[in-house]
Design a protein around this ligand. Structure first.
Ligand code: SER
Length: 353
């Protein structure tokens, strides 16, 4: 890891109270940093492998270029910042991870381990609990076949935890690591004073659709790709069958969920890991809605059997009653509102600008 001070917008400040966001350049990073800024955060330090996008810089106290896999990251951050909250978003998504599973493990698990160690060291250093917000994924599930998927209904957090992708395996492993750091870290060490230095909070996200960005390297990408291709007047060959169904939420709802979980009263949280759902259209329904909004859209189907099998192993719906009960999860957008009020108008506006 090299934290390159030349890319820091405000290098040299030391040990200021800090909210660290990793994976800042990703589509989730963009959405979250803007929302944190709008909510009044002026303590954001953004980290990405590449130089942070120009539009993020005014919203961040510092922007840093560095690799979360390099374990020297922890030492440098420890010396320079007083981190109170970490939003650890950096990851390689499911399709991309299958092309180099070992590298994916290094980034997705090795990187998370580094950040958890940073959180534990920070907590020990400044004596306050460090909140660690982690986006897990619907990919943590692995349902054996379509018959079981149809029967499964709203899948609970403890069911079907046999993911078939490296990304899903990584996310599940990170969920366990987070729970370990929160509850059992160094449980036999003589100098251990108490557990609880890391306050790990995790959401298993469904597919996320943004009106402004397109994901890279995921397997739920067929829905956002279909929509953005149509808006750009480009033909799109969908890589899953029209009956394929998984849950989706909009980016504003995903960001708001993460903020709401971050703000929740710890004493109300009965779990480390929460499902959240949204709406569950089939790929064919998404295509119909997109055609309704963009009548010239050219959407065809060209099934990629391997990617199809991945999506088929993910639930069609999840049980998010614990999130609703414990921290008031309440998405703004159902299927109709998502397209009619958020996606289509914003995509049109951007195209006209
Ligand atoms: N969007 C992710 C992916 O497709 C799933 O969480 O990899």
């Amino acid at each position: 890891m090299s934290v390159d001070p030349s890319t820091s917008t405000e290098a040299g400040r030391s040990r200021q109270s800090t909210t660290l966001v990793t994976g800042a350049n990703g589509e989730f990073g963009h959405g979250l940093i803007r929302a944190l800024w709008e909510a009044g955060h002026r303590d954001i330090v953004a980290l990405d492998l590449r130089e942070c996008d120009a539009e993020l810089r005014p919203m961040c106290r510092e922007t840093l270029t560095g690799d979360i896999v390099d374990d020297k990251l922890v030492d440098r951050f420890l010396a320079s910042y007083e981190i109170t909250t970490i939003f650890h978003l950096a990851a390689l998504l499911s399709t991309r991870s299958e092309f180099n599973p070992e590298a994916a493990h290094q980034v997705n698990v090795g990187g998370t381990l580094n950040l958890l160690r940073l959180a534990a060291n920070q907590a020990a250093s400044h004596g306050e609990v460090v909140k660690f917000l982690f986006p897990s994924s619907i990919a943590a599930y692995g349902i054996p076949d379509l018959e079981a998927k149809a029967k499964a209904g709203r899948v609970g957090e403890g069911e079907f935890l046999e993911p078939t992708t490296m990304y899903g395996v990584n996310k599940l492993e990170c969920e366990h690591l987070g729970r370990y750091y929160m509850q059992h870290y160094r449980q036999l060490a003589k100098d251990r004073t108490s557990a609880g230095g890391v306050d790990f909070r995790c959401i298993r996200f469904p597919g996320v659709i943004s009106a402004f960005t397109v994901p890279t390297g995921g397997t739920s990408d067929f829905a956002p790709e279909m929509l953005h291709a149509a808006a750009a007047g480009k033909p799109y060959a969908c890589f899953v069958r029209p009956d394929t169904t998984i849950p989706f939420i909009t980016m504003p709802d995903a960001v708001q969920a993460l903020q709401r979980l971050a703000a929740a009263d710890r004493s109300k949280l009965t779990r480390c890991v929460y499902n959240i759902g949204g709406f569950s259209p089939s790929a064919g329904e998404v295509a119909d809605i997109v055609r309704g909004a963009f009548p010239d859209a050219e959407i065809s189907t060209q099934v990629d059997e391997a990617r199809q099998a991945i999506v088929d192993s993910w639930p069609a719906d999840v049980d998010d009653s614990a999130a609703v009960r414990d921290w008031g999860y309440r998405p703004m957008h159902d299927l109709d509102k998502a397209f009619a009020e958020y996606l289509i108008p914003n995509i049109r506006r951007t195209a006209e600008a």
